[in-house]
Ligand binder design. Sequence first.
Ligand code: UGA
Length: 448
Amino acid sequence: MDLTKLTAVQRRLIKKNYKICVVGAGHVGLVSAACFSELGYRVICVDNDKKKIKSLKEKTLPFYEPGLDSIVIKNINRGNLVFTSALPQSVKKSDVIFIVVGTPPLPDGSADLTSIENVARVIAKNLNSYKLIVEKSTVPVQTGSKVKETICRYRKNNTEFDIASNPEFLREGKAIYDFFHPDRIVIGVEYERAEKILKSLYSSIKAPIVVTDINTSELIKHASNSFLATKISFINAVAHICDLAGANVKKVALGMGLDKRIGKDFLDAGLGYGGFCFPKDLEAFIYISKKLGYIFGLIQEVKSINDQQKKYFVEKIKEHLWVLKNKKIAILGLSFKPDTDDMRFAPSIDIVNLLVNEGAHLKLYDPQANNAAKKILRNKKITFAKNAYDAVRNCDCICVLTEWEEFKKLDFSKIKKIMHYPLLADGRNMFDKKQIEVLGFKYIGIGT
Ligand code: UGA
């Protein structure tokens, strides 16, 4: 590599002496900041939520993510990771700036890019030396060029900078593992110098690197999430047919998934996808495709199958219990998936509301998300339980909405004795139907 053609800052960067700024201490931002600091880089993590920054400085994390607390604490202690709300100063001190702020959905489905634009303006006004500005937030295609335009518009002098796209593919609950063991690293750049810096930044991580232009990189992220959601809706649609035909969707998924071209992941039928990524990313992908001139009917259908899935589950319970008014129902699992306390777009929200509207009385329990759920699910028909046994006492039906490992270990013989009517509605197909029925339960699954 010819280092002579590079500026002093770029040479320093390629020698891995990075000063990284991560803007946004949300799930992806905080995990990225912590993991970069774990790799040995000096990282400033910035968030405009002063309360969040104060607790992070006190080593209290804003959400639950297995393993994250120890990495954060270790790197605060060794001086590699600092938290602040002062974006201008952090920009000035940094060489590589990752933008990882939220891109929440607007009512029309498009992504709200206000925070991205704000950050781009602050970067522009504090551009005191060459900086590589990397979008890591999930953004619609062509956002990178808008960020570039914004920085050019607001910068005070001609200080050089590069824009890159480096989408993140980590999953909540497995975020640390995913950061260090990604299936691939995607880098979207305009110039080779940005590619070199990003490649060197990730040099200690073993993964194939896909280098492309910024638009393509942005599209890879939306297309990946939409494709994964398509697999989920596909198998949920097949689950309906299994119910109608008396077949077993778990075996259909197994038989399909062993074909390497299909793959076994993301073929678990259930209540459909939730969380802060898939629902909003699909909406945004549908929106941007339409804006560009293409109606993405396939993704619209994926979304509509996902919406129906929750109603389908409640209908199945109704078929068994006939009238839901004044029935006592235990809800086990509230977070959108296990190993997280994240309630955003969790299927449990719709299901709880549908059951409450039918007049049922609900007792809710989640191993991690009770507190988060209490802020969202408020109704006089809803109470929260301290544990699963407390939730199921005297109920007419147990609904399993999240497949927490803890629920697998429950003593169902004991549960049967303390329930009023032994009905198990397993929204995640996590139990073996025959084993549950042998214990004297009625079992409702999805396509099983
Ligand atoms: C998802 C992607 O998997 C990540 O690669 C991506 O980085 C992330 O979105 C993002 O864009 O930030 P995440 O939302 O953490 O990650 O959750 P997943 O593990 O993908 O699960 C998404 C939803 O699909 C959950 O509600 C889960 O219960 C559901 N799901 C998943 C199914 O219903 N069936 C399956 O077979 C798999």
